[in-house]
Design a protein around this ligand. Structure first.
Ligand SMILES: Cc1cc2nc3c(=O)[nH]c(=O)nc-3n(C[C@H](O)[C@H](O)[C@H](O)COP(=O)(O)OP(=O)(O)OC[C@H]3O[C@@H](n4cnc5c(N)ncnc54)[C@H](O)[C@@H]3O)c2cc1C
Ligand code: FES
Length: 233
């Protein structure tokens, strides 16, 4: 399989194209991604974008979640220091667009995909947003790289569900994170290249759930992670 080259704190590393940055770092034996204000080390913990323990600086851009960032060839990754400089200009500027679908679905897991298909079948135009690289969510998690065969029947079922949503005419926007909801409703989301200001007729929130860890001594040590993170790796 072709490998992607990247650096971590100046070290040359390689990873599989189907990896998140966190998976590639883990495969290379790297556990510490950042340090807190008190100097305590942190590494991948939740593996699903909800805990911020895996923040790294990528190509000069701080606060990137390694577990949600697809590995790219040539990436320059650095351990994140406490209170990183946030004044660096974004690597890629974003354009803005206004959208006004009849139905907006936030979350592309089993719940969101089925809701979107039902809304399409009822005649509504539907936009579905998911912050991950591919829809599928936690249960139907799809492989990061398009075109690779599903790893098991669960992934295959997810692939079919995503295909059914696309065939039904659902407009799926990926790597699009909803970060705010205001009166209107007006929903704000951003992907790596665009900012979306969305005024939908109706909103379906299908953002799933995440693990609530038991806090025991040592639970923040790099290498200690949730079952979900281990499952994802
Ligand atoms: C760690 C873990 C392990 C699990 N393991 C199993 C198992 O082995 N077997 C089993 O049967 N069930 C398992 N479950 C339960 C199963 O994953 C859920 O029942 C199922 O995924 C729920 O589907 P959903 O569509 O409601 O949510 P999810 O599948 O979680 O989908 C929600 C989607 O919303 C997206 N999202 C969230 N916030 C935003 C935002 N702000 N902007 C854009 N997108 C957003 C997420 O990226 C995700 O893709 C597990 C759950 C977890 C958390
Ligand atoms: S946000 Fe990446 S490990 Fe929790």
């Amino acid at each position: 399989m072709t490998t992607l080259r990247f650096t971590f704190d100046g070290r040359d590393l390689a990873g599989a194209p189907d990896s998140s940055l966190a998976a590639a770092l883990t495969a290379c034996g790297t556990r510490v991604y950042r340090h807190t204000n008190s100097g305590a080390p942190r590494g991948i913990f939740c593996g699903m974008g909800v805990c911020q323990d895996c923040l790294v600086t990528v190509d000069g851009q701080p606060n990137q979640r390694a577990c949600m960032t697809p590995l790219r060839d040539g990436m320059q990754v650095q351990t994140q220091t406490p209170r990183p400089d946030l004044t660096a200009p974004p690597v890629q500027s974003r354009t803005a667009q206004r959208l006004s679908p009849a139905v907006l679905v936030v979350g592309g897991g089993a719940g969101g995909l089925n809701a979107a298909i039902a809304a399409r079948k009822a005649g509504a135009d539907v936009i579905l947003l998911d912050e991950r690289k591919n829809p599928g969510g936690q249960y139907f998690k799809q492989r990061a790289s398009a075109g690779l065969p599903p790893l098991d029947p669960q992934q295959e079922a997810g692939r079919k569900l995503v295909q059914a949503a696309l065939s039904a005419g659902v407009d799926i926007l990926t790597q699009a994170e909803v970060w705010g909801a205001f009166d209107g409703p007006e929903i704000m989301a951003a992907d790596p290249t665009q900012v979306h200001a969305i005024r939908p007729g109706a909103v379906i929130v299908a953002t799933g759930a995440y693990e609530r860890p038991a806090m025991i001594p040592g639970w923040t040590l790099p290498g200690v992670m949730t079952v979900g993170a281990a499952q994802t790796l």
